[in-house]
Design a binder for this molecule. Sequence first.
Ligand SMILES: [Mn+2]
Length: 378
Amino acid sequence: MLNAVHNSKTSVISYRASKLALSPFSSSQKFLSSQLVFPGMWKLGRKGIHYWQKLNAANVPSALIENGQNRVIDASLTLIRERAKLKGELVRALGGAVASASLLGVPLGHNSSFLQGPAFAPPRIREAIWCGSTNATTEAGKELNDPRVLSDVGDVPVQEIRDCGVDDDRLMNIISDSVKLVMEEDPLRPLVLGGDHSISFPVVRAVSEKLGGPVDILHLDAHPDIYNAFEGNKYSHASSFARIMEGGYARRLLQVGIRSITSEGREQGKRFGVEQYEMRTFSSDREFLENLKLGEGVKGVYISVDVDCLDPAFAPGVSHIEPGGLSFRDVLNILQNLKGDVVAADVVEFNPQRDTVDGMTAMVAAKLVRELTAKISK
Ligand SMILES: [Mn+2]
């Protein structure tokens, strides 16, 4: 019986592997090159990826598919659970900490409305964090190479989960469950590497559910990402904060760096009581924003940094180039002076496929991660 189960599992996986016969990375690279050859093909290419997945799911008996999906999901969560346990034990073996930042990569890019490159960001950010061109110390002197300050539990295997046809409702639940598994290992606190901005919804949901109440959110971004749905996608990277506010996962939501906002973005902001700080008034808002005190009376502070909050002069490697943004020092001033217990954070929307050849934006994203680590760890 055990053998039969194993065989059926193997047959699903090998069947799928032979039918797909392509890795996510090669398919995405192919799609990018077709974009260069045929401008305007990108949209068709994106649809194509979804089409293959549906076609494959249709050719396999539904009972086999469901069984296989459950096994892939189980394996994915086991991976995160065991890695979180390993890092938790390591921190405790070294004497423990009150709070310790732990990287969790979520390489998801398919909820972008434009380019999907953010799926490739987590390994590039990790590489830049440990780049030998700079030392492993934050500006205020925290040592990042101390596992009690910063650890890494690896990536949620988003591609494998999607390759067996798991839909976004379940994928979002798996991301939430992965975040909770990290939080299970006290004193680890999730510092999530995106991925496009759609991942903030399942991450914040998990943080709020795990802590048992809403958080205050500092959201740095050129865009409010608060459309009810974007191009029909309720999980769009442009809708994550609508889902967060609907779910009651945030008491206060402060959006800073905003400079690309439609009337719907403003209306939705009013509807949810969002505090939107736009770049056009940044010089008069600066003093307030550089002296924030958040998280009192709630479960803590969550910080979500979309790399495009920065002016493209500082961070060209993003999907949505939006001039007129924050300087890197503006962002550091806001983060470093913020008072509050930072329970989790994310850095999203870095697109390595748009970066300079020397990976400048990867270094920018990495430094954001380093300074967020300094806020979280204690
Ligand atoms: Mn943005």
